[in-house]
Design a protein around this ligand. Structure first.
Ligand code: NAP
Length: 307
């Protein structure tokens, strides 16, 4: 019987694992077949406190993993199976199958994160972290005096375009339609910025570059004309998909983000949540880590009250 099963192994899940194991609990981390979360896809991280010269995303995750393992967290690189949590007794225990193993636990932390939506064009994946970015807050500063594109027509795209003008020489906002999902106030702010120009009814069809982004192919959706634009960076800001769908019975809000009730609690007693799977607002490695810490402390109280 585990005290806690943590599903997810990004900054949130691993921080929770460090806190829960140090508190003396028996912890299993179901890390996912691809463990480590979004930071495994990033290169230099300059805004995680404690690293004066920045840290490579993968190095940060390997260090967090080793730290959790040092305190006794058991980490299994497997995907959590689709599970209907409405069938368990109130407050647990919960059980599920992990390959051949039958796992039983007093509590579960859902820390499965969210994936940025991709535009799904040739070159995008290969050049991710090499000029293609999904996080303006994280990577905007790398584009000082450069020309970049922001893709999207929602509030995120407006916010990102406006933010990146602090560094970039020019931002071209590319949107596939003429109408915007963005709120008027954020759209007006972007429109009023002399460093931002708008390319509407247009979509990127290919990202081109050998080791870093050099140019993009752009298709005009009205005329079907394809042109090339030399560019240093492409920020994709078209939304996120929280990884919440295998937890049947756990309530979600708009966009599929897990709904929080009280302190890190979900609607199901004994099942907790932390990180980007619940956070549609901040989405930073450090906020996810902090959220994981909070959840571990909340779970500690839950477990202590049970025994
Ligand atoms: P969103 O509102 O869903 O907008 C996504 C945008 O990306 C849409 O304009 C959509 O185009 C476009 N898009 C989607 N898939 C695409 C694709 N494959 N290729 C090209 N374009 C694509 O997402 P969001 O902007 O991330 O915002 C999410 C939520 O967070 C919203 O509720 C928003 O208000 C909120 N938010 C608030 C703030 C703030 O208030 N400071 C900041 C950021 C986000 P179509 O319009 O054609 O569908």
């Amino acid at each position: 019987m585990y005290d806690l099963v943590i599903v997810g192994s990004g900054p949130s899940g691993l921080t929770a694992a460090i806190y829960a194991t140090r508190a003396g609990f028996k912890v299993l981390v179901v890390a996912g077949v691809k463990w480590g979360g979004q930071l495994m896809l990033t290169t230099l991280v300059e805004n995680y406190p404690g690293f004066e010269n920045g840290v490579q995303g993968q190095d940060l995750m390997f260090t967090m993993r080793k730290q959790a393992e040092k305190f006794g967290a058991e980490i299994v690189e497997a995907d959590f199976p689709e599970t209907d949590f409405t069938t368990f007794p109130e407050g647990g225990p919960f059980n599920f199958k992990l390959g051949e193993r039958e796992i039983e636990t007093k509590s579960i932390l859902v820390a499965t994160g969210a994936d940025a939506k991709t535009i799904g064009v040739e070159g995008e994946k290969r050049l991710s972290g090499r000029g293609v970015s999904y996080c303006a807050t994280c990577d905007g500063a790398f584009f000082r005096n450069k020309n970049v594109i922001v893709v999207g027509g929602g509030d995120s795209a407006m916010e990102d375009a406006t933010f990146i003008t602090r560094f970039a020489t020019h931002v071209t906002l590319i949107h596939r339609r003429e109408e915007f999902k963005a709120s008027k106030i954020m759209l007006d702010k972007a429109k009023a910025d002399p460093k931002i120009s708008f390319l509407l009814n247009s979509e990127i069809t290919e990202v081109i570059g050998e080791n870093k982004v050099e140019k993009v192919k752009i298709k005009n959706n009205k005329t079907s004309e394809v042109t090339e634009m030399p560019i240093d960076g492409v920020f994709v800001a078209i939304g996120h998909n929280p990884n919440s769908n295998v937890f049947k019975g756990v309530e979600v809000k708009d966009g599929g983000y897990v709904k929080e009730f009280g302190h890190s609690e979900t609607n199901i007693k004994g099942i907790f949540v932390s990180g980007d799977v619940a956070d549609d607002h901040y989405r930073q490695a450090i906020t996810a880590a902090g959220y994981g810490c909070q959840a571990a402390l909340d779970i500690q109280r839950f477990l202590e009250n049970k025994s």
